[in-house]
Ligand binder design. Structure first.
Ligand SMILES: [Zn+2]
Ligand SMILES: [Zn+2]
Length: 179
């Protein structure tokens, strides 16, 4: 069972649409939750970004309050950073089984382009599947269309697919069956 936890102004529609798309990929129930406030400790006033690590800690705490849980994915609309990186699209903590994605830089508007709902939904799905893939123990994949391909530019995200290559798919299933 995968739980989706939206933060701040991420709409319920966003998490419900994502839940519906994740379900056939992972083959487990995907439960969207009501939005919660961002943990104040995650904001870095100098960088004017939120620390992905702090949000992951909050997600790990949230996870302990749940029964019947396999993975928790947080969704934020604010920009995220990790140490030594200008920004991250998302981050996972495989040990805790939690991950977070940011939709800030997935929006065409971030680059001065007109909004595009279907493109945004597809990018959100790819980032969500990728970070959840990390929580199932998958690393980065050299297959150019596999969702586990590393991307730190949006063009790379747009080039890859939303699903696992056969090798990543079988590796994920073997890790899922040991839960
Ligand atoms: Zn990755
Ligand atoms: Zn792969």
């Amino acid at each position: 069972m995968i739980h989706l936890l939206p933060f701040g102004d991420v709409s319920q529609a966003t998490s419900q649409t994502l839940a519906a798309s994740l379900h056939p990929i992972f083959g487990v129930p995907v439960i969207p939750h009501d939005p919660v406030d961002l943990p104040p400790s995650s904001y870095d006033s100098e960088r004017r970004q939120h620390a992905a690590a702090q949000i992951l800690k909050g997600l790990a705490r949230f996870k302990t309050s749940l029964t019947q849980v396999e993975r928790v994915l947080g969704i934020v609309s604010v920009d995220l950073f990790a140490p030594d990186l200008n920004f991250v699209f998302g981050e996972a903590d495989p040990r805790e089984g939690v991950a977070v994605i940011s939709i800030a830089r997935l929006k065409p508007e971030f680059y001065g382009l007109p909004p595009n709902g279907s493109l945004l939904r597809l990018r959100i799905l790819k980032e969500a599947v990728h970070e959840l893939g990390h929580t199932y123990g998958l690393g980065h994949c050299p297959d150019p269309v596999c969702v586990m391909r590393f991307s730190n530019e949006l063009q790379e995200t747009d080039r890859k697919g939303a699903s696992f290559c056969p090798e990543c798919a079988s590796r994920r299933l073997s890790s899922q069956s040991t839960m």
